[in-house]
Design a protein around this ligand. Structure first.
Ligand code: ZN
Length: 422
């Protein structure tokens, strides 16, 4: 098993401790074997020589590998035609695309990713390929195929017959339970429900309306819980946010048009908010450029300005935030995930809060107890950054400053100038 020793790093370990200069980390295989100050006697006894790679961080910042809780890695963000992506792309092609996108996000410092929905379970295929070692990608949790109700988001976008044929759209408690069981059977780690309409829905329902009955949402959560899965709900409007929170979903995505009652329901139910500012920004940009359908354009322009206000309201109500971008939707770019940090800070978070949402808190949401922090026994997933992200989070969006990405103790992206000889 390989040893990797990184010396002279400024350590921000995600545990809540302040950043500390002059630290050394010893990674043995996929585990953090030791971490501590350079001056500690143990630092002198670390392995060196053959079988050990030693890196001088020269004071650069060492962080836990980052986690994005909301992407669609099998989508083509250059193609705004949801219908074509869903119906005319072979699932195998979507899986190849997902493998390519997974690698791009890993190289950007994201060693963990939650995929929030695909067609034909292409995302599950990508996760299995990574787990089997056929391809290199971040640790992946995936939701399989979305679950929506008849006439809901995705169903409207796909035309009802297509969505029903693909098993996406359902009606009634029994059908919801059956959909959740079949997602789990086919390998989904999460259940993704579309509680309200969406920007890319393409018309038919108001973007904020809740399209599920309360008992249908409750059925999704109870069946998922029995199967050891959590539920994530897409919700823009207040009714859908409140209904999903009361039903007990683990995370609500977007939360663009909240009101007091809906954020209080999230707070009371300890529902995590995943804001996805990156996608909202890019969808508004696409809308202004005239690249979306007229109804999607209207939706995007309606929800855009209300997003930050909803986010602030939720934070004031004590709602916890998980980092997520929704990269994969039109106009987004895989590997630009780190751009979300600056958008979160613009919306009122401190850089440290934003970083925690992408490390320790994200790992807690995923139930990955060995991810999100750097400490003895944790997974050896880390990044070395040129710059102080607590002073300027935008350094995490600049790939030239993501100096080194380590996944499971192995360098998977190495931009150190000295590494070109190696
Ligand atoms: Zn999404």
């Amino acid at each position: 098993m390989q040893d990797l020793v990184i010396r002279n790093a400024t350590l921000w370990d995600g545990t809540g401790s302040p950043a500390r200069p002059g630290h050394t980390i010893h990674l043995h295989g996929d585990t953090v074997a030791w971490i501590g100050p350079e001056s500690s006697p143990h630092a002198l006894s670390l392995p060196r020589g053959a079988g050990t790679m030693t890196i001088d961080a020269a004071g650069r910042w060492l962080l836990p590998g980052l986690i994005d809780l909301h992407v669609h890695l099998t989508f083509d963000p250059r193609d705004p035609d949801f219908l074509r992506v869903a119906t005319l792309t072979p699932v195998a092609e979507a899986a190849f695309r997902g493998a390519h996108h997974a690698r791009l996000m890993l190289e950007a410092g994201f060693t963990g990713v939650r995929d929030m929905g695909a067609f034909g379970d292409a995302n599950v295929a990508v996760r299995r390929a990574i787990d089997a070692g056929w391809i290199t990608g971040p640790r992946l949790a995936t939701a399989g195929v979305f679950v929506t109700v008849r006439g809901g988001h995705a169903d409207l976008a796909l035309k009802q017959d297509v969505a029903v044929a693909q098993g996406i759209a359902v009606t009634g408690i029994d059908a919801v339970r059956d959909a959740v069981r079949s997602r789990a059977q086919r390998g989904a780690d999460w259940i993704k429900v579309l509680a309200t309409a969406g920007v890319m829905t393409g018309g038919g329902a108001p973007v904020g309306a809740c399209l599920w009955e309360d008992d249908e949402l409750a059925a999704a959560v109870s069946t998922a819980t029995r199967l050891g899965r959590k539920v994530a709900a897409h919700a823009h409007g207040a009714d859908g946010i409140r209904a999903a929170a009361e039903a007990g979903v683990a995370t609500i995505e977007h939360v663009t048009m909240a009101d007091t009652a809906s954020v209080e329901a999230m707070s009371r139910n300890r529902t995590v908010l995943v804001p996805t500012f990156s996608a909202a920004q890019s969808v508004v940009r696409e809308a202004r450029a005239g690249r979306l359908s007229p109804s999607s354009t209207a939706f995007a322009l309606e929800m855009g300005p209300r997003h930050v206000a909803s986010f602030r309201m939720a934070r004031e109500a004590g709602v916890r935030v998980g980092f997520g971008t929704d990269i994969g939707v039109p106009g987004t770019v895989f590997g630009s995930n780190g751009g979300e940090f600056a958008l979160m800070v613009d919306a009122g978070m401190t850089p440290e809060e934003a970083l925690l949402s992408a490390t320790r808190y994200a790992a807690e949401i995923l139930g990955w107890s060995r991810a999100g922090t750097l400490a003895h026994g944790q997974w050896a997933d880390a990044i070395l950054v040129d710059g102080d992200p607590l002073a300027d989070v935008s350094c995490l969006a600049d790939l030239s400053r993501i100096h080194l990405v380590i996944l499971g103790g192995r360098p998977v992206a190495d931009r150190r100038p000295e590494s070109t000889a190696a």
